[in-house]
Design a protein around this ligand. Structure first.
Ligand SMILES: C[S@@+](CC[C@H](N)C(=O)[O-])C[C@H]1O[C@@H](n2cnc3c(N)ncnc32)[C@H](O)[C@@H]1O
Length: 503
């Protein structure tokens, strides 16, 4: 595959003006809080929905911050003199030459998107291509993706990094910038010069020194051959389709889910012992069990792997969504033709669904432990915390015999009993149909259990007896013999999901 970029405007000059742009942003409070204060929550929400008019109205006569918001967030054509005033020491012509702005007849407009983002650590400014949310744009083949839902979901799912981080397919640098909250150094790769130029500008805008970042061009792991990192993070071009590239931000040039396969199968070779990879991935579903495919990519030895399927789309929904994402109209012309080719390809490949989610891997040197499971409900808590806790729990399970351990229910666990009305005359009016141990926090895992296990969990204490002894006492109390080994797997499953916690 040849990746041929067709940049709309050159952006190499952005890095040179980034320090002065940063000063301007700081002076006029063009940061996440400043913009929210200016617009208020309702108009800010309208901005998020791609509705420029309420934002424009809120920016009337409010000085430099309003000008910056109209220019950089609404993507309006703005009067040159007003922009000159707002840019401070940066001259408008210099900003045009650097690729920040473009001449637009009566005024100037943004040539790229520069926006503040607060993902929980204060403002970071991100440079990316204009996405068409505010005014129509062509999505170029080397379009640099801004911070979207997928980027944010990966940010929330990433285990905090220490030491060195590898960010494969850095795009605008959103994962790399945030990894540097806790990591010492990031190596960020991409196949397009435009992405690397924007990430470089993003780094300078956020006052991140050159000594903390390496930006390297090249596909997959080629730029880091033979190197290992403490963390790996990747939101790769995972879109499932024919082996062609129309847009580098989403197409890998590999057939179907080849991009995810390359990342999942190769990640462990680029992690130090105990290193963790957090990746977005997708997988085609061709057989009865979606887990088979992704499981086949995980090395047989040496990793703990947690695969979390967040969503499944049927081919029609999938193709329509991704065509619209790249600005095609799936109803007519080129859009309709592409939809036909794409659906044909999925059909020929026997794909009846496309799964999407996260893959977490930790290198261990032990036989691989793999769990692939669905988590399709909305999540409030960041998945990154849970992923780290999950990997710790798996490591604990490898080293301990649950029957000999002292365990207790986690503080967020509730026992949920489900009753339905009885249909048999002369019986109790309600019949219990399910008993569940539910974690009310984190991913809210729920395990159906029988009465025996519910009673056993109630009897476990950190300062009490080991599990096997409590099982014996429970058997005596119920007048039945319970073989501790018969509950071992259930107990291990509860530990794995954090329902039971070791002392
Ligand atoms: C979905 S975007 C992710 C951007 C960013 N990391 C984020 O989280 O929003 C995928 C990125 O991977 C890059 N890319 C495409 N093919 C690649 C390859 N073979 N190796 C490395 N990066 C690639 C694209 O240029 C694009 O910037």
């Amino acid at each position: 595959v040849t990746y041929v970029g067709r940049a709309v405007t050159p952006v190499d000059g952005l890095t040179a003006i980034a320090p002065r742009l940063r000063e301007t942003f700081l002076r006029h409070r063009y940061d996440a809080d400043g913009v929210l204060d200016l617009l208020g929550p309702d108009v800010h929400a309208a901005l998020g929905r791609g509705e420029p008019v309420p934002v424009r109205r809120a920016c009337r006569d409010v000085g430099e911050l309003g000008t910056l918001v109209r220019l950089l967030l609404v993507h309006d054509t703005v009067d040159r003199a007003a922009v000159d005033g707002a840019l401070g020491s940066l001259d408008v012509d210099e900003a045009i030459g650097a690729g920040l702005l473009a001449d637009d007849g009566d005024g100037v407009r943004a040539a790229v998107d520069v926006r503040p983002l607060d993902a929980g650590h204060g403002t970071r400014w991100m440079v990316s291509d204009l996405d068409g949310s505010m005014r129509p744009v062509d999505i170029a083949p080397d379009h640099v993706l801004g911070v979207g839902h997928a980027s944010l979901s990966l940010l929330r799912a990433t285990v905090p990094a220490h030491g060195s981080v590898l960010d494969v397919g850095t795009g605008c640098g959103v994962q790399a910038v945030h990894a540097l909250e806790s990591a010492d150094h990031v190596t960020a790769t991409d196949i397009t010069d435009r992405s690397l130029a924007m990430t470089r500008a993003t780094m300078v805008l956020n006052a991140i020194g050159d000594d903390r970042v390496d930006l390297v061009r090249g596909p997959w792991f080629a730029p880091v051959e033979g190197r290992r990192f403490d963390r790996l993070v990747a939101n790769p071009p995972f879109v499932v389709g024919p082996p062609t590239v129309t847009h580098s931000y989403r197409d890998s040039g590999l057939d179907l889910d080849g991009a995810s396969e390359v990342m999942v199968s190769g990640a462990a070779d680029h992690l130090v012992d105990g290193g963790i990879a957090c990746m977005l991935a997708s997988w085609v579903i061709t057989g009865d069990d979606w887990r088979d495919r992704v499981a086949s990519w995980v090395p047989d030895h040496g990793v703990d792997a947690w695969v979390v399927q967040r969503d499944v789309a049927d081919p029609a929904l999938y193709v329509g969504t991704w065509l619209r994402d790249a600005g095609y109209d799936p109803r007519t012309g080129r859009g309709a033709a592409l939809a036909d080719e794409w659906l044909d390809h999925l059909d020929r490949s026997g794909v009846h669904g496309i799964g999407f989610g996260f893959v977490f891997l930790r290198t261990t040197g032990s036989p691989t432990d793999l769990l692939a499971e669905e988590l399709s409900h909305a999540l409030d808590d960041p998945l990154g915390d849970e992923a780290l806790a999950y990997l710790h729990r798996v490591a604990w399970l490898r080293d301990h015999d649950v029957l000999a351990a002292r365990l207790a229910a986690a503080p967020d666990v509730a026992l949920d009993r489900v009753w339905t009305p009885s249909v048999s005359p002369g019986t109790e009016p309600w019949v219990e149909v399910a008993t569940r141990l539910v974690r009310t926090g984190g991913p809210r895992w729920s395990h159906d259990v029988d009465d025996r296990v519910a009673a056993l969990v109630a009897g476990l204490r950190h300062d009490g007896l080991p599990v096997a002894d409590v099982v014996e006492l429970l058997g005596a109390a119920r007048g039945e013999e319970i073989d501790p080994a018969s509950v071992g797997d259930v107990i291990a499953g509860l530990v794995r999901h954090g329902v039971l916690v070791p002392a």
